[in-house]
Write a protein that binds this ligand. Structure first.
Ligand SMILES: [Fe+2]
Length: 252
C-alpha cells in the first residue's frame, strides 16, 4: 500500500503542526501497512509557496528520524494557469520528483482552464493526477467533467476517508460509485494530523477489495509504477456499472 497524499511536512500548511506530530502520523502509516508515504504539502500560487530547499531539509529530517517506510517527495498543487511555467522554473515538483503531478481543484468549482493546464503539462511530458475529485461538488453534480479528464489520461487519486464516510454520506456514495466504475487509480490518506484527519488508509483498500476486486489488484500492480514515474497499465472505465452509477447521479 502506498499513500500518495499527506500533509506530514511540519508547519508549512494546514497539516502537521510539529515534528513530533509528523512522526506520529508516519508511525500510524506503518501500523496501517503503508510502505511509502508521499509528503504532499499544499502549493497554492500566491498563498502557500513552499521553497524547494526548505522542503528538502524538512523531508530529510523526517527520513532520518524514521525507518521501514519510504518518505517520498511531492506536492498538492492547487490548479493555476502558471503551473507549467512554475514547473519549467523548477519551483514545483512531481511525486518522487518524477512526472506525475498531484493537482487539486477548488472544492466547489471546475475552473474553465483546467483542461488547458493539463494539456500544457502533458506537452512538458508530465502526467496530471487529480486529487480527491470525489470531494469536488462540480464533478459530483456532473461526473462527465471527470470522465473527460480520465479519457485524456488523467489519473484519479481518491481519499481513503471518502470511502470510510469521513466526509459524509453523499461523498461516500459518490466515491463508491467511482470505485465500481474503475474511476480510482491511487489512494491517499490526505492526513493532516495525528487525530481525526489522520493517515489511516487500510480500511479504504479493504472496501475497494470487497467492491471491485479487479480494481484492487490493478491498484496494487500499478501504484509502484506511479511512484517510479512509469506509465500505468490501461484501466477501462467499467461500463457494466454504468446504469447503477447514473441512477445514483440522478438522485443528486
Ligand atoms: Fe491534501
Amino acid at each position: 500500500m502506498i499513500d500518495f497524499h499527506s500533509h506530514i511536512i511540519p508547519s508549512v500548511d494546514d497539516g502537521s503542526i510539529s515534528f513530533k506530530m509528523s512522526l506520529n502520523m508516519i508511525e500510524n502509516s506503518k501500523r496501517q501497512g503503508v510502505k511509502a508515504i508521499c509528503a504532499t504539502p499544499h502549493f497554492i500560487v500566491g498563498e502557500y509557496e513552499i521553497d524547494r530547499i526548505e522542503y528538502e531539509k524538512s523531508i530529510e529530517s523526517l527520513r532520518k528520524a524514521t525507518s521501514d517506510i519510504k518518505i517520498v517527495n511531492g506536492l498538492e498543487l492547487y490548479i493555476n494557469p502558471e503551473l507549467p511555467y512554475l514547473y519549467e522554473k523548477d519551483n514545483i515538483w512531481g511525486i518522487n520528483n518524477k512526472g506525475y503531478l498531484l493537482i487539486e481543484l477548488p472544492m466547489r468549482d471546475f475552473p474553465i482552464y483546467t483542461k488547458d493546464v493539463f494539456y500544457e503539462l502533458r506537452l512538458l511530458g508530465l502526467n496530471p493526477i487529480i486529487a480527491h475529485p470525489e470531494r469536488n461538488i462540480a464533478m459530483l453534480k456532473d461526473p462527465k467533467l471527470l470522465m473527460d479528464l480520465v479519457h485524456q489520461g488523467t489519473l484519479i487519486q481518491m481519499n481513503a476517508g471518502s470511502l470510510m464516510g469521513n466526509y459524509g454520506d453523499r461523498i461516500k456514495k459518490f466515491a463508491e460509485s467511482l470505485v465500481d466504475k474503475n474511476l480510482a487509480h491511487i489512494l491517499g490518506s490526505d492526513g493532516h494530523n495525528d487525530d481525526k484527519r489522520n493517515t489511516n488508509i487500510k480500511e479504504a483498500f479493504e472496501i475497494i477489495k470487497s467492491r471491485n476486486l479487479d480494481l484492487y489488484k490493478w491498484i496494487l500492480n500499478n501504484e509502484e509504477k506511479v511512484l517510479d514515474g512509469q506509465e500505468v497499465e490501461k484501466l477501462e472505465i467499467n461500463l457494466n456499472k454504468r446504469k447503477k452509477m447514473f441512477s445514483f447521479f440522478k438522485k443528486n
